[in-house]
Write a protein that binds this ligand. Structure first.
Ligand SMILES: Cc1cc2nc3c(=O)[nH]c(=O)nc-3n(C[C@H](O)[C@H](O)[C@H](O)COP(=O)(O)O)c2cc1C
Length: 146
């Protein structure tokens, strides 16, 4: 399983690392990557993907997520067929565009042919318990993928 994070101040990265531990507890091999360190070609070879991504500025992608997001946006429809994914969005309800980046990831992955295996969770600033619950449930779902 691949676990990607888009972050500015590290919250999503820590959740991604936690998810890798949970995956290993469930016997799933997991690799955690900065979104900056992957590309669409790698994603086409992945069957299981968890995305942890925060929102910055005025509903914008974090800096380390923008290039990958653009690359995915520009790839052909159907490119990501075979990829099963789930998105956890980090944000703050004080902002108008709450969790916008995570919502964008959830939508673009589906638009490019990937299968939303687990529903997205949008988390506010007190996200720890919700994120831990979502991660556990998502890893269990990922176990059902061949
Ligand atoms: C300058 C700034 C802009 C932000 N803009 C948004 C936003 O537009 N929408 C949102 O839901 N959250 C926004 N947030 C909240 C962050 O997404 C939230 O703090 C998140 O936990 C950060 O996670 P990270 O450390 O992985 O980047 C913003 C936070 C800051 C400091």
């Amino acid at each position: 399983m691949l676990i990607l994070y888009g972050t500015e101040t590290g919250n999503s990265e820590l959740l991604a690392l936690d998810a890798a531990s949970v995956a290993r507890e469930h016997g799933i091999e997991a690799t955690v990557k900065d979104m900056e360190d992957t590309n669409v070609e790698e994603l086409t070879g992945v069957r299981r993907l968890l995305v942890f991504c925060s929102t910055w500025g005025d509903g914008e992608q974090p800096d380390n997520a923008q290039d990958l997001f653009d690359e995915v946006s520009e790839c052909e429809t159907g490119t990501l067929a075979g990829l099963n994914y789930g998105v956890l969005a980090l944000g703050d309800t004080a902002f108008d565009l709450f969790c916008e980046s995570g919502k964008e990831w959830d939508a673009i992955l589906e638009a490019k042919g990937a299968n939303r295996l687990v529903d997205r969770m949008d988390c506010d600033t007190d996200y720890e318990d919700d994120a831990a619950f979502w991660t556990e449930e998502s890893v269990k779902q990922m176990k059902t993928v061949e």
